[in-house]
Design a protein around this ligand. Structure first.
Ligand code: SAM
Length: 218
């Protein structure tokens, strides 16, 4: 591993607001069910950002909503380090990061423990539908963890992922709350949708249209 990456991994391992889980067969399970009582130590809603990269959304939403708790999830420690360091600089107490594969989310959250999910510019996974983070397989992974009516929010530059997700919403009889085909044309001043991530910056440079969907399973 290159030296900078190694250093960053060491640093995040020493940060109290960053969790890491790589042993999915561990005999000592993660204390799920304790996000409110032991980790955030408040009863505020718990919001997940999946595939958070450098965590811009967790930080942006966490600043907009001090009365909500945010957990940014990603497998890349190098990227999490960027967000985790920023959180320390800004002194934000309502944000945590978690380094693990999303596929094991059920090991870290109890039934009904999550109030909302944000998925921002995930890899569109054009070749394999089941790897898309809004595929029925992933939605079934999220379902037990979500409170009734919890929204799942997707921001993407990928027309394929946007259309795929709309089809899933229709086929699975899910509830569509918002469908924005062009974020910067239709709602340029929306404070939630104006948060910019590293990947969004790359897509905007190429003049790609940014799309947004918000839906719930129940
Ligand atoms: C295209 S990047 C987007 C990052 C960020 N949301 C942004 O907009 O800049 C996709 C991210 O998803 C993460 N990722 C992809 N599959 C994952 C998985 N199964 N578990 C955890 N992280 C994953 C990658 O490590 C990467 O940081």
């Amino acid at each position: 591993m290159p030296k900078v990456k190694e250093q960053r991994m060491d640093e995040i391992r020493s940060m109290e607001h960053v969790f890491e889980w790589t042993d999915y067969n561990s005999k000592n399970p993660f204390p799920k069910g304790s996000w409110n009582s032991k980790i955030f130590k408040n009863e505020h809603p718990v919001v997940l950002e999946l595939a958070c990269g450098k965590g811009e959304y967790s930080i942006g939403l966490g600043s907009l909503y001090p009365n909500k708790n945010f957990v940014g999830f990603d497998i890349k420690g190098n990227r999490i380090w960027v967000g985790a360091t920023k959180v320390l600089e800004l002194g934000l107490e309502n944000i945590r990061f978690f380094r693990a594969y999303i596929d094991h989310l059920g090991q870290f959250f109890e039934k009904n423990e999550v109030d909302e999910i944000w998925i921002i510019f995930p890899d569109p996974q054009l070749k394999k539908d089941r790897k898309k983070l809004t595929s029925p397989k992933f939605l079934e992974l999220y379902r037990p963890l979500l409170k009734k009516g919890a929204t799942i929010n997707l921001k993407t530059d990928s027309p394929e992922l946007y259309e795929f997700t709309k089809e899933v919403i229709q086929q699975e009889n899910l509830i569509l709350h918002r469908d924005v085909g062009d974020v910067y044309k239709e709602c340029p001043n929306d404070p939630e949708l104006s948060i910019r991530t590293y990947y969004e910056g790359l897509h905007l440079k190429k003049d790609r249209t940014i799309r947004f969907l918000s839906f719930s399973l129940t």
